[in-house]
Design a protein around this ligand. Sequence first.
Ligand SMILES: [Fe+2]
Ligand SMILES: [Fe+2]
Length: 291
Amino acid sequence: MAERQASADDPQAAGGAQEGSPDANGRASVLFVGDIVGGIGRRTLLDSLPVLRERYEPTFVIANGENVAGGLGITPKLADELIAAGIDVITLGNHTYHRREVYAYLDAQPRILRPVNFLRSQPGHGACTVERDGVRLGVVSVSGNLYLRAGRSAFTEIESALGELGAAAHIVVDMHAEATSEKVAMGWHLDGRVTAVVGTHTHVPTADARVLPGGTAYITDVGMTGPRGGVIGVKREQAIESLLTQMPVRFETSQEDPWLMAVLIRCSRPLRADSIEQVLMPRPPAQEGTG
Ligand SMILES: [Fe+2]
Ligand SMILES: [Fe+2]
């Protein structure tokens, strides 16, 4: 199945913004965290969350988790840990199926999304809705088609995904793509129809965060939550050796200079953003040395 609506037995996902409730006007904020890389990225996120919650009071937290299991893929245990820490929705990408043990979990857990434009026969679903503080949020994961394996077109499948999502005060689309052109185009394509289009996958944050004229918050890439001391997460000496020798090299996650990279999207009316702000911060110093 490609989409997953919140089930009635999910207490956090039941209900929706009621007319006359404090948040029926769409007031909300969303913290979107870029690709979590390895254990170091996961610990950086978990250590940063209390600081971020106090500073920004986000209604929702979404995180891309495609690199959380040792740099490639995700496991049920790690996904459960992120959800238990208050991550409302986990998005994935081209590394979705690296760990076989997650396949059944992708079908069973509504809050984890693989790109909606993968083949329908592939495990998992690409969209969901969650609810918090009387606000219903829709999240869609979609993969670019340039230099990435996605069985169907991002631009045609996003339409059916949005159509099937149902009523939501806000919609955030994670456009997981290599090419900046595809991500910029998706931002314009959805401008005025969704709250935000945020790019992931390159692990490098871009300097183009803005609210587009139609009211959709946009950034080409949020960046990663992981070690800046490596090469997009990999130990730099290994990445350089691979490029230098053109021979196979075993990649390990760098442990150097972990940072959290995210964006905060603030909203005061349905399906529109007031602002998008980059959040780029080193792992809180007091927590360093805890693993
Ligand atoms: Fe990726
Ligand atoms: Fe990634």
